[in-house]
Design a protein around this ligand. Structure first.
Ligand SMILES: [Zn+2]
Length: 359
């Protein structure tokens, strides 16, 4: 996911923040500042940051449990609806997925229990569910929001933790793809209800609904892609008829190649045929706008692109393609000499073919 930047690196995991998260923070600060004064604005912002910390702890519940099963997490992205820890791979065993999914809400529950215990200790009683928006006491409100977070996360719909729990339970009885599809359509249904309710009650819900809706769709598509490629290696999937651009070519040359055929992503190679980078259509358009047609492709292309090795299992290749954020990756033989190109279009075709054959 792009549109995010790195905040820190903890235990080998990048902590990233999505720009909409910052947007929400600014929105909260400005809107409360305008209606309730600067002091309340700071209070709300501070509260939100404390909540952000609780969400981070929740994510580390997932991360540390995943690590127990040998699954690394390259990054965790903080979105307005919470965090998303990106697992390097999805656990094969439903039981592992179940434990990883449950670990996050368990942490949230623990935080709530600690806050509750502390409030009892200092002699403050707390209603667990909010009767109005804010009680005005930091610890009480933090406890309430954590309880809400816990309950919301357990809704059995993708991409919430409850959706993962549901999928892992369903996956013991049916195919993984079917289980994912059920959990994902649950997520999209929930999103629609939430979105419509948001129109009437709270615009923030609409915001959450959008994230749930797209998150659910993405999850289903990924599961299907993985299942379609099971047992295949990258050699069988890659495009072998493609054009490359020499590193000294201009963007004008690239435009001619783009308009000549179907290819949209061009590997950029040096004189010896080794991969230097990849020029996607987006890079080309951006380069044209910023530098003009006579500038070199080398300045516009994506550099330090991972090169997939021949013989790589398709699922691993797909994972790397997804991590790169690019629509295509080069496949290299020995000496990084390019022999193929793995593109998202390929993968879409594969899924369509598999689906047609399965019918
Ligand atoms: Zn979670």
């Amino acid at each position: 996911m792009t549109w995010s930047f790195r905040l820190a690196r903890i235990l080998g995991t990048d902590i990233k923040v999505h720009f909409t998260f910052i947007l929400l923070l600014v929105f909260l600060f400005v809107s409360t500042g305008r209606t309730q004064g600067a002091e309340t604005a700071w209070w709300v912002t501070g509260f939100f940051l404390a909540l952000f910390f609780c969400v981070l702890l929740h994510e580390f519940g997932h991360i540390l449990m995943a690590r127990r099963f040998g699954i690394r997490t390259p990054d965790v992205i903080l979105l307005p609806i919470g965090g998303v820890a990106r697992l390097e791979r999805i656990p094969e065993e439903p039981r592992q997925e179940l434990l990883i999914a449950v670990a996050g809400p368990a942490v949230t529950l623990a935080i709530a229990a600690i806050l509750w215990g502390w409030l009892r200790l200092v002699g403050q009683s707390a209603e667990l569910l909010p009767t109005d928006a804010f009680a005005g006491t930091f610890a009480v409100d933090l406890l309430r929001v954590n309880v809400l977070l816990f309950l919301f996360n357990l809704l059995p719909a993708f991409p919430l933790d409850g959706g993962r729990v549901l999928r892992s339970l369903l996956a013991t009885r049916m195919s993984y793809v079917r289980a994912t599809r059920i959990a994902a359509s649950g997520g999209q249904m929930l999103a629609m209800v939430l979105g419509v309710a948001g129109l009437f009650y709270n615009p923030l819900w609409l915001f959450i609904a959008l994230f749930v809706y797209f998150g659910a769709g993405q999850e289903a598509a990924q599961a299907e892609a993985r299942a379609a490629g099971r047992g295949i290696i990258v050699d069988q999937m890659m495009v072998t008829k493609f054009e490359t651009l020499p590193v000294h070519a201009t963007l004008r040359d690239a435009v001619n190649r783009l308009l000549d055929g179907e290819q949209r992503e061009f590997p950029v190679v040096d004189n010896a045929g080794r991969v230097e980078g990849i020029l996607t259509r987006d890079h080309l358009i951006r380069g044209l706008a910023e530098r003009g047609p006579e500038s070199a492709v080398a300045d516009a292309m994506a550099k330090s692109v991972p090169v997939l090795e021949l013989g790589l299992p398709f699922e691993t290749a797909l994972e790397r393609l997804r991590m790169s954020g690019l629509p295509a990756l080069p496949v290299g033989g020995h000496d990084q000499h390019i022999v193929g190109l793995l593109t998202l279009d390929n993968i879409t075709d594969l899924i369509l073919v598999r689906r047609a054959v399965a019918r």
